[in-house]
Design a protein around this ligand. Structure first.
Ligand SMILES: N[C@@H](CCC(=O)N[C@@H](CS)C(=O)NCC(=O)O)C(=O)O
Length: 344
């Protein structure tokens, strides 16, 4: 082949490569996905003291809404929802365990903020639970508003968005108060129960869980005030975009499954669906949605079989035990914020 022709052919091949869409074959696995596959398990940072979200029982088993997200990601990559090693994390140690590579994924009632997005070097997956910060008092205290807490002591756990939000809320109302922080929220609750704090503050979901799982829920009252936006969801190191894409589309997949009406009970009946959108979503026939992510095309079938759709996860962990309504976490088709971009 002449030199000129050779250069021409090479240029042609190069330009073809540049415009070719990515496929699973082309896309190398990211470093985190590869290490999950090599060890045969996903290391997931979770809460162990927050019933409904992340909780470890006496047998050492983890359960909850955030725990189910770990399971869904493990099911998508490894085909096994039980292939998860849980790492209990406090609020304050979240950035450290993410940066050190001690965990692959953090799924622990964590609020997405601009500074965390940048400083923690992470990629936030879509919000899985829209929350807001609340304040809880003793029912017999007679406290009904933030103004009633002027001059009082408010307690929470360290390393959280909570500390800044309560400070902003009180300062903007011109109210003096003392903020006491504890390493763990249970420490704040213990001090509160002993009368050392006039109120505790954290995500409303956390307050509902703490109140609902206490010995005497009626003795606690959650004030009728929402101090902030707390979009909670999973996050992973930003060093691995391929892994982050998997996490992102697994969260969206849970939401999309609910929109399609596909559940852990009926998923098999959808395997013969003639609807192209459903075929694409479930990776059936020529419609391959896992291809772009570098994981099995039927990853959503495995995920739904293992943990159910978003609504099932919500119901099992939050509605049944705590009576938590869907509220803004309803599907967009029901007036909520849960909306998945198209699987195509
Ligand atoms: N969403 C907030 C708060 C998260 C948080 O730490 N919440 C508390 C109260 S629900 C908690 O998880 N406590 C468990 C613990 O302290 O170990 C954030 O991301 O900073």
């Amino acid at each position: 082949m002449g030199k000129k022709l050779f250069v021409f052919v090479m240029l042609l091949a190069l330009s073809a490569l540049m415009v070719a869409p990515l496929s699973a074959q082309d896309r190398p696995l990211g470093e985190i996905t590869q290490r999950i596959i090599d060890r045969g398990s996903l290391i997931c940072g979770v809460n162990e003291v927050l019933p409904g979200f992340g909780f470890k029982n006496e047998a050492g088993e983890f359960s909850g809404f955030d725990v189910d997200i770990c399971k869904a990601v493990a099911a998508a990559i490894l085909g096994d929802a039980n292939a998860v090693t849980y790492r209990a994390t406090t609020g304050a140690e979240r950035p450290t365990v993410l940066a050190s590579g001690e965990i692959d994924l953090l799924s622990r009632n964590t609020t997405w903020t601009l500074s965390r997005d940048v400083d923690w070097g992470t990629t936030f997956a879509p919000t899985a639970f829209y929350d807001g910060q609340g304040v809880m008092v003793r029912t017999d205290s007679g406290i009904a508003t933030l103004e009633d807490l002027a001059g009082g002591i408010i307690c929470t756990n360290a390393g959280t968005t909570t500390e800044l939000n309560i400070t902003d809320a009180m300062q903007s109302r011109g109210l003096e108060f003392t903020l006491q922080t504890f390493q763990e929220f249970n420490g704040a609750m213990a001090a509160f129960n002993e009368g050392g704090c006039d109120a505790v503050t954290t995500d409303i979901s956390g307050l509902v869980s703490t109140k609902g799982s206490s010995a005497d829920p009626g003795s606690y009252a959650i004030l009728d005030v929402v101090l902030s936006k707390e979009p909670l969801g999973p996050l992973s190191p930003q060093s691995d975009a391929q892994f982050a894409d998997i996490v992102r589309w697994v969260v969206y997949g849970l939401i999309q499954a609910e929109e399609f009406g596909i559940t852990s009970e009926n998923v098999d009946s959808f395997l013969t669906s003639e609807d192209p959108s459903i075929q694409r979503f479930l990776g059936l026939g020529e419609n391959l949605s896992g291809t772009y992510l570098g994981i099995p095309n039927d990853f959503m079938v495995t995920v739904i079989r293992s943990v159910g759709n978003y609504g099932e996860i919500y119901e099992r962990n939050l509605t049944t035990p705590f009576g938590l309504a869907r509220g803004v976490n309803a599907l967009w088709t029901d007036g909520g914020l849960m909306y998945s971009p198209p699987f195509r």
